[in-house]
Every structure is written in C-alpha cells, then in structure tokens.
Design a protein around this ligand. Sequence first.
Ligand SMILES: Cc1cc2nc3c(=O)[nH]c(=O)nc-3n(C[C@H](O)[C@H](O)[C@H](O)COP(=O)(O)OP(=O)(O)OC[C@H]3O[C@@H](n4cnc5c(N)ncnc54)[C@H](O)[C@@H]3O)c2cc1C
Length: 523
Amino acid sequence: MMNLKILEVMKKELPWKEFLDSMIEQGFQISNSLSSLNRTLLSSGKIILVNNYITSSIIRDPSLLHLSPYVIFRPINEEQLRKIVITSYKYSIPITFASGKTGLSGGFANFGILVDLEDLHSQTEPIFLDIGNKKLYAEQCVLVSDLIKLVHFKSNGKLMFPVRPASSYNLPVRVGGLISSNASGITSGKLGAAEDWIIDMRVIIPKGDVIMINGKEKLFHRIVGGNGFYGIVLSANFKLYQPEIDLERAILFGDNLNSAFIGLQKVLDSKIFPLISEFVTSPIKLPGEFSKLTSSDNTTLKVNWATLIKGKTEIINKFISIMKNESGTYYMNLTEEEFQKYMQERSTFALLVQTSEEDADYIAFPGFEDILSLPKYLPDIIKTINSIFIKKGFHQVIFGYGHINFRKGKGLLLHIRLPVPIHYFYRENSDLLIQICETVYEVIVVLKNKYQIQYKAEHSAGPFEIWLSSEFRKNLERDIRLGYAFNNPHLLIYNKLKADLEENYSNNLEKDLFISSMRLYLD
Ligand SMILES: Cc1cc2nc3c(=O)[nH]c(=O)nc-3n(C[C@H](O)[C@H](O)[C@H](O)COP(=O)(O)OP(=O)(O)OC[C@H]3O[C@@H](n4cnc5c(N)ncnc54)[C@H](O)[C@@H]3O)c2cc1C
C-alpha cells in the first residue's frame, strides 16, 4: 500500500543547499553533533545540526508519532528565530517548533526543519508577576510547574496559576506548548482551558513579523491550540485566579463503575464544579496508593474507581451527597498532603497501561485518548472500544482516568489508550504497526458515528486534524499559499500519499490515507 522511503524522497527534493548557504551567510554554522565539543557554538544559538540521526531521534514527544528532521536549530534570541523563519519561508521548507516535548499528538514531528525553543528568550525578564492586578507575564520557555509554584508562594496562597495540565506535575510543560495545545487539566471543570486565561500574547508569524494579539482577533484562535502551524508563541500575559479560602479535599471510591457514572452524571446535571475533580478507574486493580483504598464497613470491597475532589466545603458536601445516593460509594476527607500524594500518582497515569494480562510489557498508545462524553454513556462507550480492541487482536483496556465536568461542564473527559504489546515495535515486526493504525482509525470513526465524539477533545490534534478533516486541510493549504501559515510537513506528506494512492486506486481513500500517513510516523 505504501512506500516507506517516501520521506527520504521528500527530504531530498527540498532546496537544502540554497537554504543552508543562506543561513551560513546570516551567521549560523553547521555542526554534526550537539556534543560538549560544540558547547560554545550551541550556547551562541547559531548551531545548525544537519542530518544527525541520534539527535533527530531524541527530539520527540511521548506520542510515539515521530519523524526525523533533516535540520535542527536551537536559537537563543528572537532575531535568530526570525532569520530561520524568514529563510525557511523563502525556500518553502516545512518547519515546526518544539517546546517542553510532552505533547501526545506528534504535533512538531517533521522531516524538514525542527526548531527547538527551549533556550529561546526575549529581551525581557522571563517572568513578571503582578500580584496587585492578578496578572502574570511569562516567556514561552518558562516551565508551567515553576509558574504554579511561584504564584502560590509569592501570593501566600491567595492566587493560583489557573491552567494545570496533569503533565505539569512531573514533566517539563512550557508556556509555548501550553498555549499552542490549548491545554487544560485538573482545574478544567471550574476554570476551563488556556484560552480562558490569556490576556494577550506576542507571536512571530510565518513571514517573520512579530505581532501582539488578543482574543478579539481571528489569529488568536488559530494560535491557541493551533500546534504552532500559524505562529510561534514568544510570550503571554495571563490572568490569575483567586481561589476561595478554606478549601476541603476528599476522595470518593467504590466498586460499582456503572453507578459511579450515574452519580457523576447527576453531579454534572446539578452544575457542581469543585476546583479540582479528577477520576480514575480500573476493573482489575487501581494502581499505587489507590490500591490501598478500603472501607471498615466492607472489608471485601474491591475498589474499581476513585474520584479526587477539592473545593469549597459546600460544593464538596453536595458532590459527596449526590454520589453517596448511588450504590457502592465510599468517601474519606483528605489533608492537603494526602490529596497531593494521590494527585502526583494520578498525573503519571497517562503513561501507564493495564490490561487483563498480568505482565506489563505494553505501551499505552494514544490517538483517540480524549473521550469527551456525558458520564451516563461511558459504560457503553468503554464496551464498544474494548470490542474493537479484541477484534483487532489487542487486550481489553481496563484502565482509564480523566477530568470530571471537563471545561466548565462539557462532560467527563476519559483518557483511554490502546495497550500495544511491546514486540509490535521491534524492527522485525514492523508489519504489525499497521494494526495499530487500523485500530486507532476504527475507534475514532466508531466514536464519531455512534456517539458524536470528536477526536482529541483535550490534547491538541497535531497531524490528526490533517488526517481527518478535509475542511482543515483546505483552509491550511490556502493559508500556506497566502503566507499566513508555515509550510506544514504533515500536509505535504498527506498530499504526497494521496497522489500515490489515487494513482493506485483505493476504495476507501480517507481510511487508507489515515493509515498510510500514521504508519510513516511509527517507523
Ligand atoms: C503524562 C501526561 C499527562 C498529560 N496531561 C495533560 C493534561 O492534563 N491536560 C492537557 O491539556 N495535556 C496534557 N498532556 C499533554 C501535554 O503535556 C500538553 O499538551 C502540554 O501543554 C504540551 O506542552 P509542551 O511544552 O510539552 O509542548 P510540546 O510537546 O513541545 O508541543 C506541543 C505542540 O505545541 C507546539 N508548540 C510548542 N511550543 C510552541 C511555541 N512556542 N509556539 C508555537 N507552537 C509551539 C508544538 O509544535 C506542538 O505542536 C499530558 C501529557 C502527558 C505525557
């Protein structure tokens, strides 16, 4: 069906000599490695790493969707970044931008130019906190975990940085990535997503201009959650949130998943929004600290779900009271320290996989992982997904986690991933990779057709938007032509494969293109 050498051909077709000559003329230098021997060159931001297999393999996010870039830059200032952007535009070379590299969609995967923004600073202090006006300025490279701590300590716990993806607890999520993926997280039920908290931001657009934009402009909504396709975020001003005082914390748990979903539906219908409300489930055994949950009333209790909530006493009491009316619900009040211990564990679940088999040699594969639905439909949805997994030769998923009352009450966002045995990724088994792509496609299509569930409701869509939406492709193609969007590697690959498949007649072009495209990113 597909020629895996297609990427090599596409790489060779690009005008690398002209591009590199032009970059050298502008003061950049080619190097073969990022080793300590090149420390001076590296710290000057002028390094151009060309065709370096090892570094190209390392700069990737945890989605397992990866391409090896031919050229990598690590600029340290905006002037360098503008030169890279303008020259890549001049030679029509696909370009993408990496920040904390914790995304779950392969958004910056590229066979052309990858710009690593980790060391890029503007000519300002990286962070400026204005407690009086409840505002914060931050550069794109600032770690979200630092912002969360700084705002808490400097305001004596009176203010908080409102956008808290679970990943920011343990991983280096950065401000640029947070905005470009329109992240949300453990506070999303009450506080929404990044887009709700940005006052304005500075960006570089594809022709190299630096502009300031806010939510009134159309471009703002293409950049927030836009995967870096329309502009590079340089810095942003955020509003800060002032939480109520004297918050309570509790954990609710039980052994009847169906009645838990009915209870959570009633919580949603009653518009009860704690500041934090997180959910985990596993019919086999909840992991870590969650596995120790018991009840003195029921010593044989086999806990298969738990909910962590934090908020005003009145809200927490209402939440508990609704859930207690459903059978098999228990609860405990927690101290802040105990609550944080559970939250720390909850935040690592994105990379955890559990199946009906005892051994743990599986990789949790993303792709359709953000299932946003009314809680009452979730038992049927989970059953449907598992039946597809079994039909395709995988185990049932029996572990999920997510956000209750997602983004101010849109539903429960449940994260479920495909448990792929690790041997699928061995070189000699590369034929098996097709099964992963087929399964991801089937789940996405069934969820859409049967339950009107849109893929990637939380994690930004990266190439999935190009693989699955003809409208998005059409608009992006037009915007690239007009110079409003960067040359996009995902679109170039998709169009190349489309031309090949159309020549070799395919009776389900959309499906074949999705599978062929995704397969290239797994090589
Ligand atoms: C364990 C785990 C838990 C997670 N939990 C959550 C969660 O609760 N909520 C949530 O929303 N996400 C979650 N994620 C996904 C991820 O952490 C977020 O999407 C995060 O915001 C990505 O930020 P980053 O700095 O790592 O960006 P990257 O992964 O580097 O990039 C993400 C996208 O943004 C683009 N980009 C990066 N920087 C810039 C910039 N300066 N300008 C323009 N484009 C840019 C990239 O090209 C890419 O398309 C989780 C991931 C993991 C692994």
